[in-house]
Design a protein around this ligand. Structure first.
Ligand code: ADP
Ligand code: MG
Length: 750
């Protein structure tokens, strides 16, 4: 380990980017180099073929064989120019990661030379290979939807997400074809298909609502499409790889199951926004370089609150692309960290006692004209539109907060949620004082002058008050009219919502799918309300719109909360308001099937009944497996590493005491320490035996619902007790004998 550590601290070379006249290329110059973008396609495809493809993208036509063949040929040529040897359908099965199976372009062809048949090799890639592939799908989670005897599954090219290349071995590369994964009967077996469906229904209903309020006007074309935008702030830890390999708990479960806090960790608040360590910066910048070439628009990097914790954030994009790009970001960070002898930890709580990691999902709605529908605008024409979409989101979160909670539930996120570092299990929305006042005024029917409302809303976003910095050489800055509320699980932050409860490790696809669907569903209600309100008028008048807005404000009022979400008072207040409080994930999964939620997910066409059941089953089963794997790992570590170390130390002390006694020297100190150790060791042994027996019983419990709610909770409690005892030993046993790298080493060797 020491060798490897000193190796890691060699002079670190920053990645050298191709030079151009002696100057390093800027990020914008390398951006998207490895992507088969629309621009690249338009250069390489015959015009009519390209036009056909664009029509298909707009949803007006299905892709015909000739177009598919032409695109396959063009992308093959493009990829081979970039050293591609293989292609793969790249998809997102229901296990929070991505899957790929590589096929080479190699095809054999018979030719006749001088009357003899000879086999020659050529590179081919056909339209049908591009469009569809059939992986042996029997080993992916399906939640009982697919029995092993009908194990067919298909990956189908998702034309909305561009193809790209990534490095392969020996200077080669691999062509990635983003795909969805469906069963023989067309049921979703992945994250992407349901996300696409949610985007489609959101688009359709949002456009219907907009067309009810947008006058038919030659100069202002009506909105044709609406899409969700997403920016994911990804938190993660980086630790030394050699030390990581000595921690079976980190390797197997992604988090430390043992380990006490060192005297200094995050209490000095000196890590957040601190200087990024050199080795880490080298790794991050190399990852950013690769990501830029993949067209992932990384914008921000910084140290986070806990030691060895960092964050990366992109510029927001259309949600479907942002989801792919977040998966790529995690993948590239993981791989590049390896090269720098670092290990990237995406688990929500790798270390007990310091902050865990989340993935804030910044979400908004945008039109094909590039208008952000959640941007309070200065123009009186659009502030009612803003209010409509704002209250639709409020109502969606009010009606379906529990399904959003289910969408972020996992065994790992439980260690972070509600731990005074992340939002609790009660979903509420923070709007800020100014916006709350606007909504109150509308609700109470106070004289709301529409133009004045416009100016008021403008204030929320733009101006604020000017802060006097009391130093003449500093420019004055404006202050946002509302401060942030970091404790809120779902906060309005000026022109978007920030869903903060999402876990760092999970795919954001599922929470975004659920959010899109819930909003689409309330927009359907809003559409119907507007139609009723407007009567036989062409479009809804301002008063019609205000009436609908008022109604939605009233209905969704209990979801708004501006105070401290971590406080005990809020838990009581939320209970009075009837908001569900779902502390444990094992209690959250069932809310997916709550009739109101299931009806919403079916009505929007996002999930079929069977798909929803299967999703529920997969999540609960995964939860149980995670807990059981952790329990088994802990038992192994205690039996094979911790107890032997404690026994050895006891023997050392006993031998020391007896040799002291033999020369008539007081052995009291050794004996005192032995007496302290003995009950710890006894208790640890007993608890571990108890956990072992419990785990053996759990294997036979077939009903995962029962398993997750009872046995798993019992196992988690036992694991905590074992940890406390083992951490007690860690602070007593000689450091020389302790078999695991401690938090001090893990935190401060990067
Ligand atoms: P914060 O508000 O958390 O201080 P930023 O304003 O920089 O930080 O935004 C955080 C993330 O939100 C970034 O990834 C950013 O691209 C994203 N974001 C900004 N505007 C939108 C939007 N309209 N829709 C979705 N995401 C957005
Ligand atoms: Mg943020």
């Amino acid at each position: 380990v020491v060798d490897s550590l000193s190796q890691a601290h060699r002079v670190i070379e920053f990645p050298t980017v191709t030079k151009d006249g002696g100057r390093l290329q800027t990020t914008s110059e390398i951006f998207g180099q490895n992507v088969f973008s629309l621009k690249e396609m338009s250069k390489m495809l015959p015009k009519p073929v390209y036009k056909n493809f664009v029509k298909q993208l707009k949803g007006n036509e299905t892709l015909d064989k000739i177009t598919a063949d032409a695109i396959a040929h063009a992308v093959k040529v493009w990829a081979i120019q970039r050293n591609a040897s293989h292609f793969t359908h790249w998809f997102q099965p229901l296990n929070d990661s991505t899957a790929e199976k590589h096929d080479s372009f190699l095809t054999l062809k018979s030719t006749f030379v001088d009357g003899f048949e000879e086999v020659t090799a050529i590179d081919t890639f056909s339209g049908s290979q591009l469009l569809q592939s059939e992986p042996d799908a029997s080993s992916f989670p399906s939640g009982g939807m697919r029995s092993t005897f009908e194990a067919r599954g298909y990956t189908v090219w998702d034309t909305k997400s561009p193809m790209f290349i990534q490095d392969g071995p020996h200077g080669t590369s691999i062509l990635y074809v983003p795909s969805v994964f469906i069963s023989y009967n067309g049921e979703a077996l992945d994250e992407k298909s349901v996300l696409l469906r949610s985007a489609e229904t959101l688009n359709k209903t949002a456009v219907e609502v907009l067309n009810l309020i947008e006058p038919k006007d030659e100069d202002h074309p009506r909105t044709k499409s609406v899409y969700a935008t997403l920016g994911t702030e990804q938190e993660y830890f980086l630790i030394d790889r050699a030390l990581y390999t000595l921690r079976p708990d980190l390797k197997i479960t992604g988090r430390t199951l043992l380990g006490g806090l060192p005297p200094r960790h995050q209490q000095l608040e000196d890590h957040y926004f601190g200087k990024i360590p050199t080795r880490v910066l080298a790794a991050i910048s190399e990852a950013e370089y690769e990501l830029a070439r993949l067209g992932v628009p990384i914008k921000t990097r910084h140290n986070e609150a806990a030691p060895a914790q960092f964050e990366v954030a992109p510029i927001f994009e259309e949600a479907m692309l942002a989801v792919d790009h977040n998966m790529l970001t995690m993948d590239v960070l993981h791989r590049v960290a390896h090269r720098h002898k670092l290990k990237c930890l995406f688990h929500e709580k790798p270390f007990r006692g310091v902050n865990g990691s989340g993935k804030h999902c910044n979400w908004s709605l945008s039109t094909d004209q590039g208008d952000n529908l959640l941007d309070p605008s200065s123009s009186p024409e659009t502030n009612l539109r803003f209010l409509l979409f704002l209250v639709a989101t409020l109502k969606a979160v009010y009606d379906h907060g529990d399904v959003l909670r289910a969408g972020i539930a996992s065994a790992s996120n439980d260690h972070r949620l509600g731990a005074h570092e992340a939002p609790p299990g009660i979903i509420s929305v923070f709007l800020g004082t100014q916006l709350n006042e606007v909504l109150d005024a509308v609700e109470e029917g106070r004289a709301v002058n529409l133009d004045a409302l416009g100016t008021q809303l403008q204030h929320v976003r733009v101006s604020g008050t000017v802060l006097d910095l009391k130093v003449t050489t500093l420019p004055s800055i404006s202050r946002d009219l509302t401060d942030r509320n970091r404790t809120s699980p779902f906060a309005f932050t000026g022109d978007k919502f920030e869903f903060r409860a999402v876990g760092s490790k999970q795919s954001v696809s599922f929470p975004v799918t659920l959010l899109n669907s819930a909003v689409a569903s309330t927009l359907m209600d809003m559409r119907d309300a507007l139609i009723k309100q407007k009567g036989d008028k062409d479009v809804a008048s301002k008063d019609d719109q205000l009436a609908v807005i008022r109604d939605f404000i009233k209905q969704s009022k209990p979801i708004r909360f501006e105070g401290d979400n971590y406080s005990a008072e809020w838990a009581e207040e939320a209970a009075r308001r009837g908001l569900p409080s779902i502390g444990k994930s094992s209690d959250a999964f069932g809310h997916l099937l709550r009739p109101g939620n299931a009806a919403m997910l079916r009505k929007t066409g996002v999930f079929s009944e069977a798909e929803l059941q299967s999703r529920y089953h997969i999540l609960v089963e995964k939860y149980c497996k995670d807990v059981m794997i952790e329990g088994q790992t802990l038992v192994t570590m205690v039996m094979q590493q911790i107890l032997p170390a404690a026994f050895q130390y006891r023997r050392n002390l006993a031998e020391a005491a007896s040799s002291m006694a033999s020369i008539n020297v007081q052995a009291d100190p050794e004996i005192a320490l032995l007496n302290q150790l003995t009950p710890l060791v006894q208790d640890l042994q007993a608890e571990t035996n108890g956990l072992c027996a419990l785990l053996n019983k759990m294997i036979d419990i077939e009903d995962v619902e029962v398993l997750s709610k009872e046995a798993c909770q019992e196992a988690l409690a036992a694991m905590n007790r074992i940890r406390d005892l083992a951490d007690g030993l860690e602070s007593h046993v000689s450091d020389k004998l302790w078999p695991l790298p401690k938090y001090t080493e893990l935190f401060f060797n990067i």
